[in-house]
Design a protein. Structure first.
Length: 399
């Protein structure tokens, strides 16, 4: 039997894998994407991804470049103001707050918010119309054999495929990474994050709010109203045990806890979705590439959900991999192309991981000295204008 072949095999149909398929398909390469699980594209279905993502300006540029932005724009909620609130005590009381406004550093918003499940739905709609892209849900990567000019991959249905480049976009427990012999370095914080949607009495006025307290931030990302009530996507970080208790709590009690944790800034809050629990880790693969193989997104790096850096860092991977493919005279997957990708991304990922790891350690601490440092840091970062502008630019683009 003749073996099938493709320029690029993408393993993993999470948000990163789907965007990579759009990017390489749009550039004219033949792409096959495999994932053992079909994506959930309805908020009420089991397994729906209830997180939201603020896509920052470089992500917007990538979406425009690969012809995606038009499909996504109708669902984008611009992020123009970021409000940081420092709280202390039990229940949390506001000590101080500052607002960072995107119009201070340009005429574009910091980014655009999307619900993750909705983003998946729109990406799939777009991909189904692309002749270059072959989507195979229900089939996963099983193993591979690489040599100088190709990778021969065995899929979970037993079929074999020859690819010039295998992209591992198969998440934090990547099997592609393991098959390529790439190891990871993992830091655990004993923290978990709850992600859910809530309605609230006080409108959000399209402002994203991060409320700091020991345990980690409580992040409120504006969404469109639900049944006429203001609504937001919430990410609530805590010590692991506390997050599990909150996830299991009866709804009325949970609503009371949430209203207290938000320091009453949004009035009465009410749960409007299921609650998902995510472990918080920092994880980095030692390398991004191996023969005929490139890792992107959570297969390569997992960051705590602070400052909207996780998936945005992943999109920077995709942009760099695409650039490396285009710049290379050879077909995708050559040693030269992979070296260019490794060089373009290695230090940026390391810098972001270190910065967010440090920020997480300082901001979640219950130590009074570190809590005061957190408050002083917020004031300095905001009130010293050149630093404020520098930080806003760094948060949006390269560090
Ligand atoms: C609470 C929370 C909030 C966050 N908020 C933000 C934010 O505001 N901004 C931001 O930029 N980032 C954010 N992030 C990070 C972001 O959500 C993740 O980086 C992103 O969803 C991970 O996408 P991924 O495609 O890398 O991995 P995944 O979504 O895990 O996708 C991996 C895919 O690989 C598939 N797979 C597994 N095994 C195989 C196999 N053998 N073969 C083929 N496929 C396989 C899986 O089925 C899955 O579909 C947040 C993270 C958390 C935890």
């Amino acid at each position: 039997m003749k073996r099938e072949s493709t320029d690029i095999l993408i393993c993993g149909g999470g948000l990163a894998g789907l965007v990579a398929a759009c990017a390489f398909g749009h550039a004219g390469y033949s792409v096959c994407l495999v994932d053992p699980t079909a994506p959930v594209t309805n908020t009420n279905h089991e397994g729906a991804d209830l997180r939201s993502t603020a896509f920052l300006q470089p992500a917007h540029a990538l979406f425009q470049e690969i012809g995606l932005w038009e499909a996504l724009a109708p669902f984008a909620v611009p992020l123009q103001t970021l409000r940081i609130v420092d709280t202390a005590g039990t229940p949390p009381q506001v000590r101080d707050e500052r607002a960072f406004r995107s119009d201070e550093v340009g005429d574009q918003p910091f980014g655009w918010n999307f619900l993750n499940w909705l983003m998946r739905r729109e990406l799939l709609r777009h991909l189904v119309g692309m002749a270059e892209v072959d989507l195979r849900f229900g089939t996963g990567f099983r193993s591979m054999l690489t040599r100088t000019n190709e990778a021969i991959v065995t899929l979970s249905d037993g079929s074999r495929l020859s690819a010039g480049l295998v992209i591992g976009a198969d998440g934090r427990n990547s099997v592609v990474r393991e098959a390529a012999g790439i190891t990871v370095d993992t830091t655990r914080y004993g923290q978990k994050s709850l992600a859910f949607v809530a309605t609230h009495a006080v409108p959000h006025h399209n402002v994203s709010t991060e409320i700091y307290h020991e345990g980690g931030p409580f992040t409120v990302v504006p969404l469109a109203d639900i049944d006429g009530k203001p609504a937001s996507a919430i990410v609530w970080m805590n010590a692991g045990r506390r997050s599990l208790d909150l996830a299991a709590m009866e709804t009325d009690a949970f609503n009371r806890e949430m209203t207290l944790r938000s320091a009453g800034l949004f009035g009465e809050m009410a749960l409007a979705s299921k609650r998902a629990v995510w472990p918080i880790i920092t994880q980095r693969s030692d390398r991004l590439t191996a023969q005929r193989t490139a890792l992107i997104a959570e297969a390569a790096h997992v960051l705590p959900p602070i400052g909207a850096q996780g998936l945005n860092t992943s999109l920077n991977d995709i942009a760099a991999l695409l650039d490396a493919a285009r710049a290379s005279a050879a077909a995708p997957g050559s040693a030269e192309m992979l070296a260019a990708y490794e060089k373009a991304r290695h230090s940026d990922i390391a810098r972001r991981a270190h910065a967010i790891d440090l920020f997480n350690r300082v901001t979640r601490s219950g130590d009074v000295g570190l809590q005061n440092l957190r408050l002083a840091g917020l004031k300095v970062a905001h009130d010293f204008q050149p630093l404020r502008r520098g930080l806003m630019r760094a948060g949006m683009g390269p560090l």
